[in-house]
Design a protein around this ligand. Structure first.
Ligand code: HEC
Length: 173
């Protein structure tokens, strides 16, 4: 009996270990099923129009944009391509104000249109969370690399001058 309990305890500890070790990758927040009804915004990046391939000269862009290109230029031949920024209509004023404090739930999308992929920023208790989905809602986040949730977090929290509560872009007309 004691032996069985011990085995059980060890097995559950191992399961926890695998989980904490990041072997299971999962997007945070919910897939926003109504994303097609969200508002499209004009930002610094959408004015550039696309995320280019690795050969592009982006030396005149701010460092956070250079790092974004370096991170994603190789996910597809020629780069990720056309992009759109979408905002939950309820959070549009918040995006324009750039003061953070988004309501709980999914709020912002970077739509990689050519790749048919949605980068989704949601909030929970005011804290930004990140998810990566196909257009029809399949979670495609990875354990490491450009499509890891940690990668989103590192950049979106690492550039304090650019990103407020998970929002890195700004309206650009
Ligand atoms: C190396 C930096 C970097 C990484 C990594 C990164 N982003 Fe971003 N992200 C940016 C920048 C810069 C913008 C602003 C682009 C613009 O001008 O519209 C942005 C914009 C966005 C937007 C549009 C709303 C906004 O203005 O913030 C969403 C949503 C988003 N990112 C989600 C993600 C997710 C999810 C991941 C991880 C898969 C991710 N990002 C990884 C730099 C990064």
């Amino acid at each position: 009996m004691v032996n069985r309990i011990l085995t059980l305890a060890v097995t559950s500890l191992m399961a926890v270990g695998i989980f904490a070790g990041g072997a299971i990758a999962a997007s945070e927040g919910q897939f926003p099923a109504d994303w097609k009804k969200w508002d499209s915004l004009s930002t610094t990046l959408t004015k550039i129009g696309a995320l280019p391939g690795c050969e592009a000269n982006v030396s005149t862009l701010p460092p956070i944009y250079q790092e974004t290109v370096a991170t994603y230029c190789a996910v597809r031949q020629g780069g990720p391509g056309k992009v759109a920024v979408l905002v939950n209509p309820a959070s549009k004023a918040g995006y324009e104000a750039r003061k953070g404090k988004f309501k709980d739930g999914s709020n912002l999308i970077l739509h990689l249109q050519d790749m048919k992929v949605l980068f989704v920023t949601s909030h929970k208790g005011g804290k930004a969370q990140y998810g990566i989905f196909t257009e029809d809602g399949k979670d495609i986040s990875a354990a490491s690399g450009p499509l890891a949730i940690e990668t989103c977090k590192t950049c979106h929290t690492g550039y304090a001058a650019f990103c407020v509560d998970g929002q890195c872009g700004k309206i650009s007309k």
